[in-house]
Design a protein around this ligand. Structure first.
Ligand SMILES: [Zn+2]
Length: 156
């Protein structure tokens, strides 16, 4: 299956059969009328169509990355999971330093390894508080950190 027309969504134009996870890839840049710039990254944890993250683990990882990453930068707009459960989108405003983005992710995932509980894992602060796995999230973070040197490389 090869897409024959250019799609609106940047990643729909990416051939997911030739990428080599894990990786961190710049997936989009948007500039506002006042010159503010948002960089959006594809943070791919799992090899597409070969593996994926289970929802409770992915959900806990989302909570922890969302909370912990903001200890390292006030430029973070959003970090949110992909519906295919193979990665996250990570967006920052006015922060155009790829190496530092990798560094923020590395420190954030290291914090996940050291976590003793999932933040905001309750019915007041979360939409599905029963669906969490701290241990599952830690296993994903560990696997990702073990391949830290591979993150800048998107293709095999
Ligand atoms: Zn939640």
């Amino acid at each position: 299956m090869k897409a024959d027309k250019k799609m609106n969504v940047e990643s729909f134009n990416l051939d997911h059969t030739i990428v080599k996870a894990p990786y961190v890839r710049l997936a989009g840049v948007k500039e506002g009328i006042n010159g503010d710039v948002i960089h959006k990254y594809d943070v791919r944890f799992c090899q597409p169509n070969k593996e994926h993250m289970e929802m409770p683990a992915l959900h806990s990882l989302e909570h922890m990355m969302a909370e912990f990453s903001r200890n390292y930068s006030d430029k973070i707009v959003d970090i949110s999971p992909m519906g295919c459960q193979t990665g996250f989108y990570f967006s920052l405003i006015n922060h155009d330093d790829f190496e530092d983005v990798l560094h923020i992710l590395e420190k954030t995932l290291s914090d996940v390894l050291g976590a003793t509980e999932v933040p905001a894992c309750n019915e007041v602060q979360c939409g599905w508080a029963a669906s969490h796995s701290l241990e599952g999230a830690k296993a994903i973070a560990k696997k990702m950190l073990d391949k830290r040197s591979e993150w800048p490389q998107v293709f095999a």
